[in-house]
Design a protein around this ligand. Structure first.
Ligand code: NAD
Length: 484
């Protein structure tokens, strides 16, 4: 990488300045396995500096801005993101390994978050409360202070937009810790925030390892809220660290989301959407519909339909624009491989696989999309998050069994229901314990406007939509006594 627009990549953005660290971390291109750049390895000292910069910004220029002016700055940043869509797409594609077209779509979603929350910045109203006649009581939403944001590597641009934009809209100063594998787009966003004119310290980015920079951010006493997106294991550590400071956390964790298909479903549309949902981003999507629950009487024909689609899927380097790029790193490839080995060991039928492009560089982290049939609902492949392009098919007798199996994992993030019977769709929508249910679609095209989050081990708190703004604010009640 030698693009002048991504020069700040070796540095941290703290208090409006670009700072170097003595140690760096390699940036590896998942398509080839080659080291292509380096990022700064920030730790506890840099996190402390960033939190202090955030506190100073809150007490200074950032805290002094009206909500409307904050919103204008965010809109300006959205324009710059749109201007740099191609640069951001190229950075993200090389960093994450996702096809450039998918990375471009992510850049547009990043802009949408700043547009949506920029527009919302001056629209979060409090209330007045009827009380005794000699009182006027009102509520106001205030910024929390400095908020910490720890994000994963699968959709860096979408995740940081989703988490950081509502926090800024509410007037918080933010400290963003991107994933060590995929930090470049966060650095470019900081570069654009500087150009947009965000006051120093309002937006800080500290790159580094999770157990160093991430842990220091979660535990910092100057932080008022932590928004964490990532694995349940690390989420529990973050919650424990935040608990020691008695501050709230938003946890957006993993999923094992069911796609339920009944005989009266729009079959081809369901099969196409389900295939896309698990192959997109090489299955590294928290809300991927990774279990398909199929009504018994169409099981054989539906898995045949899916299998035909899986055989057409092609995997290769991110710049080839195929269905799937590589997965993010060698460890992720090994993890998925262990689940595929387990399927073979337990005699589960591998119904179809995609193919690897002949010109895929040999050092890349490639995994073929795989469809596995007749998986028992309690098998680890049907219970655990694989986070790869692996779809498991499960037979269900009827609606009652579908509901029981849908709810029988530790996760509760998203569900899809495919049926022409809208009453059945609604019964299941109410019955399944998840944060989002889609009937006869899946994902509603990303829906920046739609609140998102989990139940059970998928986490708590909501991001996206207007709802997210309340998570990044503190409510104050003011009671004024006067002559009646
Ligand atoms: P991860 O938990 O390993 O890492 C996530 C982030 O936490 C990274 O920035 C990492 O550096 C940091 N981190 C690691 N150790 C830490 C520590 N001890 N203290 C503080 N921070 C630490 O997750 P991952 O492997 O990057 O991402 C995959 C997981 O994220 C999957 O489980 C996936 O389902 C989940 N995810 C969830 C959502 C959602 O919205 N629910 C979205 C995307 C990904």
């Amino acid at each position: 990488m030698n693009d002048s627009a991504i020069q700040p990549m070796h540095r941290l953005f703290i208090g409006g300045a670009w700072l170097a660290t003595s140690q760096t971390l390699p940036v590896i291109d998942p398509s080839s396995g080659a080291t292509v750049a380096a990022i700064a390895r920030g730790g506890a000292a840099e996190i402390d500096a960033a939190v202090r910069a955030g506190l100073a910004a809150r007490a200074g220029a950032w805290g002094a801005l009206d909500a409307t002016d904050r919103g204008r700055l965010m809109m300006r940043l959205a324009e710059l993101i749109r201007r740099d869509t191609d640069i951001l797409a190229r950075i993200e594609s090389e960093d994450v390994g996702k096809p450039v077209g998918q990375a471009r779509a992510d850049a547009i979603v990043l802009a949408r978050y700043f547009e949506y929350y920029g527009g919302a910045a001056d629209k979060v109203h409090g209330e007045t409360i009827p009380f005794q006649k000699n009182y006027t009581v009102l509520t106001v939403y205030e910024p929390i202070g400095v908020t910490g944001h720890i994000i994963p590597w699968n959709y860096p641009m979408q995740m940081m937009g989703r988490s950081v934009a509502p926090a800024l809209a509410m007037g918080n100063a933010v400290v963003l810790k991107p994933a060590e594998d995929t930090s470049l787009s966060a650095l470019h966003l900081a570069w654009l925030a500087e150009e947009a004119g965000f006051p120093p310290g309002s937006f800080n980015v500290v790159t580094g390892l999770g157990e160093e920079a991430g842990a220091a951010l979660a535990a910092h006493p100057g932080i008022g809220h932590v928004s964490f997106t990532g694995s349940p294991e690390v989420g529990a550590l973050v919650q424990a660290a935040a608990g020691r400071n008695s501050i709230p956390v938003t946890l957006e964790l993993g999923g094992k989301s069911p796609q339920i298909v009944f005989a009266d479903a729009p079959i081809d549309e369901a099969a196409a959407t389900i295939t896309r949902g698990i192959s997109q981003n090489s299955g590294q999507t928290c809300s991927a519909g990774s279990r398909v629950l199929i009504e018994e009487r169409i099981y054989d024909s539906f898995v045949a339909n899916l299998a035909a689609r899986f055989r057409t899927l092609r995997v290769g380097a991110a710049d080839q624009e195929l269905d799937c790029g590589p997965v993010v790193n060698a460890a992720q490839k090994q993890r998925i491989g262990r689940y595929l080995d387990l399927a073979r060991r337990d005699g589960l039928p591998i119904l179809a696989e995609g193919s690897l492009a002949g010109n895929a560089p040999p050092g890349g982290f490639y995994v073929k999309p795989t469809l596995i049939g007749d998986v028992p609902a309690d098998h680890p492949l049907a219970q655990e998050e694989i986070f790869g392009p692996v779809l498991v098919a499960i037979r269900v007798k009827d609606e009652a069994e579908a509901l029981r199996v849908a709810n029988a994992t530790p996760y509760g993030l998203v569900a899809g229901v495919w049926t022409a019977d809208i009453a059945r769709g609604l019964r299941l929508a109410h019955g399944i314990s998840v944060g989002q249910v889609f009937v006869n679609n899946y994902g509603a095209a990303g829906g920046v406007e739609l609140p998102f989050g989990g139940t059970k081990r998928s986490g708590h708190g909501r991001e996206k939509g207007f709802e997210a703004l309340y998570g990044f604010a503190t409510l104050k009640t003011i009671a004024i006594k006067h002559a009646s």
